[in-house]
Write a protein that binds this ligand. Structure first.
Ligand code: NAI
Ligand code: MG
Length: 363
C-alpha cells in the first residue's frame, strides 16, 4: 500500500478488441466505486494495443502506450486478436503470470465436474510468460523435403530458476505443495525438475512434485482438489490454465496477474476477444474483475480486494448469471451492464449496512 493516508494510483486501461473493451469498462466502474469507498484515488489513462493500435499508430505496441505505462501502478488489459501482447509482456519483463483457479460456492454446480470433485478448489497456476516456445527462434523455410515451419522451446536455466523461486515462495505462503509441469521424457534438455529442486533447497517446507504435463492435465480433471501451486512453462501454462475455466464453470471467471521483478504488473482475464459474443453486451466481466482484485492485492489494498470479492459472491449467491454460466431454474440471466449495476449496488449497500450497524451500536 502507498504510504500516504489518501494514496493515489494511476492505471493504464487497454481494452483491445472484441469483448476486451466491454469487460475492461465494466471492471473500471467497480474499481472506481471501491476506490471511493476505501478512500484512495484512481487515475485512469487509456492506452492502445493490437489491431486498434496498428490502425491508429502504425504499430501493434506503439510508443504512446509505452509512455503511458511507464511509471504507472498497473495495466488493466482486455484482449487482442493479433500482435502487441507478447511484445508488451516482453518489454516490461512480466515473467511471472499468476492464474488463480478458485471455485465460488454458489457456482459449484456450474463446473464440468461433479460438485464434490471441485468443492473448495483453490489452485494457483504460475506460468512463465516471457520465454519458451512463444519467444524462441521461429520461422518458415524449405528444403528438399518441402516447406516447413518451426518454433523453438528455448529456456535459459536462470529463466526457469527465477520463476521457480516465485512459485516456491507462493507455495510456502499457501499449502506448501508445488507441482512442476514438465515433459522431460521427450524434452530432456529442459530440466525443470532439477532446476526447481535446486532452488527448493532454500524452501525446505515446500514439497516439490514433478509431473509430466500430459498426466498433469489428466489429474487436473480427475482430481483437481489435490493441487496447490502448479508451475508451468509458457506453453504448458497457457494450455493447462484453460482447464481451470471448465473446472470453475466458465473461462470468463478467471483473471490473471503478470508481474515483473519490481512488482509492476499487467492484469487481464484469461480469456480472449470472444468474437462469437463481442458487441452483444453479454460478456462475463468477472474474469477481468478478478484480475483487478489481484492488482489491488499487489498494491496492498486488501480491504478493497475483499470488498469486491464479497460483493461478487453475494451477487452470484442471489442467482444472477451471465449467459456463459447458462442460468437455469431460479437463476437469473443478466447482461454485462446489469451485472455491474448489481455489483455497484452491493458495494454501496455494504457501506450503508456498515454505517447502519455503527449507528445501531452507538444509538
Ligand atoms: P476466447 O477465450 O476468446 O473464447 C472461448 C469461448 O469462451 C468462446 O465461446 C467465448 O464466447 C467464451 N468466452 C470467453 N470469455 C468470455 C466471457 N468473458 N464471457 C462470456 N463468454 C466468454 O478464446 P478463442 O475463441 O480461442 O479466441 C478468440 C480470439 O482471442 C483469438 O483471436 C485469440 O487469439 C484471442 N485471444 C487473446 C487473448 C489475449 O489477448 N490475452 C487470450 C486468448 C485468446
Ligand atoms: Mg490462452
Amino acid at each position: 500500500m502507498k504510504s500516504s493516508s489518501n494514496p493515489s494510483y494511476r492505471i493504464v486501461a487497454i481494452g483491445g478488441e472484441g469483448i476486451g473493451t466491454e469487460v475492461v469498462e465494466a471492471s473500471l466502474k467497480v474499481l472506481q466505486l471501491v476506490a471511493k469507498l476505501e478512500g484512495f484515488t484512481l487515475q485512469i489513462n487509456y492506452g492502445w494495443l493490437g489491431k486498434t493500435a496498428l490502425e491508429q499508430f502504425g504499430s501493434y505496441f506503439p510508443q504512446a502506450t509505452v509512455e503511458l505505462c511507464n511509471g504507472s501502478d498497473g495495466i488493466v488489459f482486455g484482449a487482442v486478436t493479433q500482435g502487441g501482447l507478447l511484445e508488451l509482456r516482453k518489454y516490461y519483463d512480466f515473467f511471472c503470470n499468476l492464474r488463480p483457479i478458485r471455485i465460488v460456492d454458489s457456482l459449484l454446480h456450474k463446473s464440468s465436474l461433479r460438485a464434490e470433485k471441485v468443492q473448495g478448489l483453490d489452485i494457483l497456476v504460475i506460468r512463465e510468460l516471457v520465454s519458451g516456445i512463444y519467444f524462441g527462434p521461429a520461422g518458415r523455410s524449405s528444403d528438399e523435403k518441402g516447406a516447413y515451419g518451426y518454433h523453438t522451446m528455448l529456456y535459459y536455466d536462470e529463466e526457469i530458476r527465477r520463476i521457480a523461486r516465485q512459485a516456491l515462495e507462493k507455495a510456502q505462503q499457501r499449502r506448501g505443495l508445488l507441482t512442476v509441469a514438465h515433459k522431460e521424457n521427450a524434452l530432456p534438455h529442459l530440466p525443470w525438475t532439477r532446476l526447481v529442486q535446486e532452488e527448493a533447497l532454500r524452501f525446505p517446507d515446500v514439497v516439490v512434485e514433478p509431473m509430466l504435463v500430459d498426466n498433469l492435465a489428466m489429474q487436473m480433471v480427475l482430481n483437481p482438489q489435490r493441487f496447490d501451486v502448479i508451475l508451468a512453462s509458457n506453453l504448458f501454462g497457457d494450455i493447462l490454465s484453460d482447464i481451470g475455466g471448465a473446472l470453475v464453470g466458465s473461462v470468463g471467471l478467471l483473471g490473471s496477474a503478470s508481474l515483473n521483478s519490481d512488482g509492476f504488473g499487467l492484469y487481464e482475464a484469461v480469456h480472449g476477444t470472444a468474437p462469437d459474443i463481442a458487441g452483444k453486451g453479454i460478456a462475463n466481466p468477472l474474469g477481468t474483475l478478478a484480475a483487478c482484485v489481484l492488482m489491488l492485492q499487489q498494491w496492498g489494498e486488501l480491504g478493497a480486494a475483499q470488498r469486491i470479492m464479497a460483493a461478487q459472491e453475494r451477487v452470484l449467491a442471489k442467482g444472477y448469471r451471465t449467459a456463459d454460466l447458462s442460468p437455469q431454474g431460479a437463476e437469473i440471466l443478466v447482461n454485462t451492464e446489469k451485472l455491474v449495476d448489481l455489483l455497484l449496488e452491493e458495494l454501496s449497500s455494504e457501506k450503508h449496512s456498515k454505517y447502519k450497524e455503527l449507528y445501531e451500536s452507538i444509538k
